[in-house]
Write a protein that binds this ligand. Structure first.
Ligand SMILES: Cc1cc2nc3c(=O)[nH]c(=O)nc-3n(C[C@H](O)[C@H](O)[C@H](O)COP(=O)(O)OP(=O)(O)OC[C@H]3O[C@@H](n4cnc5c(N)ncnc54)[C@H](O)[C@@H]3O)c2cc1C
Length: 247
């Protein structure tokens, strides 16, 4: 069997603008392998002079979708790989990828719950794969998602999250906005803090499994906060996306 760490050439099937700064790339893979929600792919770019740049991108789609994956990439000013994907890559282009990779930050419905998902910015991507998988297999495991964004227009997958929340039950979504709120907003409008964690995590009880993903500082602050709430270290899984400040 083909090794998961072998590079393959994916074809860009479609590109969707999710927010002003985030695009989803649907890639068709000649050697598709079923992933676990939370895993990622590596993307490698090679310039004509042989220079290579390689970055990791979480899989946004559910493993039940065969033959292709979605990667959602946030545009970063001067970012080598993200700006290439946003500004150069078009439908029909071919791009080198390998995966799925990662065995720690993963969740499948058969692992049970309840689930506490906490995202900052594009940290929603691997959590979305978990939420889509839960929906695809008809799981009713209780899930609470706390999603921190700078402004309402930065919320990725907003419509789909609303739909899943309304139609499936037991998926509850809490947004917090750190820079600008929607008109008339009565929800959270600050960085995630211990009071917010207590309010969102509390109703899930002491057995919750937490998955935290986003900028490094946010992940560290949230993981410490969850420990203070009484969760054991083995109930908290974290994934750090990059060296940015708390959003
Ligand atoms: C396991 C894993 C999964 C990831 N999944 C995703 C994903 O699903 N979607 C996604 O958009 N990104 C994801 N990332 C981040 C991604 O791998 C890159 O780090 C990011 O796209 C920046 O790469 P770049 O080449 O564009 O920028 P670079 O050229 O590497 O950096 C340019 C500048 O941006 C800063 N920077 C680097 N990374 C980030 C970041 N994440 N946020 C803000 N500033 C940054 C650098 O300090 C530098 O100043 C993931 C990272 C990991 C480790």
């Amino acid at each position: 069997m083909r090794g998961l760490l072998e590079w393959q050439i994916a074809t860009v099937k479609s590109i969707q603008q999710e927010t002003p700064k985030a695009k989803t790339f649907t890639l068709v893979l000649p050697n598709w392998f079923q992933h676990k929600p939370g895993q990622h792919y590596d993307v490698r770019l090679t310039a004509s002079d042989g220079y290579q740049a390689q970055r990791s991108y979480s899989i946004a789609s559910e493993p039940e979708r065969r033959g292709e994956i979605d990667l959602t990439v946030e545009w970063i000013e001067d970012g080598e790989v993200s700006s290439y994907m946003h500004e150069v890559l078009t439908v029909g282009d071919r791009i080198e990828v390998r995966g799925p990779i990662g065995g720690y930050f993963v969740w499948e419905a058969n692992l049970g719950g309840p689930l506490l998902l906490i995202a900052g910015g594009s940290g929603i991507v691997p959590l979305m794969s978990m939420i889509r998988h839960r929906s695809a297999v008809g799981s009713t495991i209780p899930v609470r998602l706390l999603y921190s964004s700078r402004t309402p227009e930065d919320v990725i997958y907003y419509d789909e999250l609303m739909k899943l929340q309304n139609s499936k039950g037991r998926l509850e979504i809490f947004h917090t906005f750190t820079r600008q709120t929607p008109p008339g907003w009565t929800g959270y409008s600050r960085r995630i803090d211990s009071q917010m964690l207590a309010e969102v995590a509390g109703p899930l009880g002491s057995k919750a499994q937490a998955y935290v993903c986003g900028p490094t500082l946010l992940v560290e602050a949230v993981a410490n906060g969850l420990l203070q709430q009484g969760l054991a270290p083995n109930q908290i899984r974290t994934e750090r996306f990059g060296p940015t400040a708390i959003s």
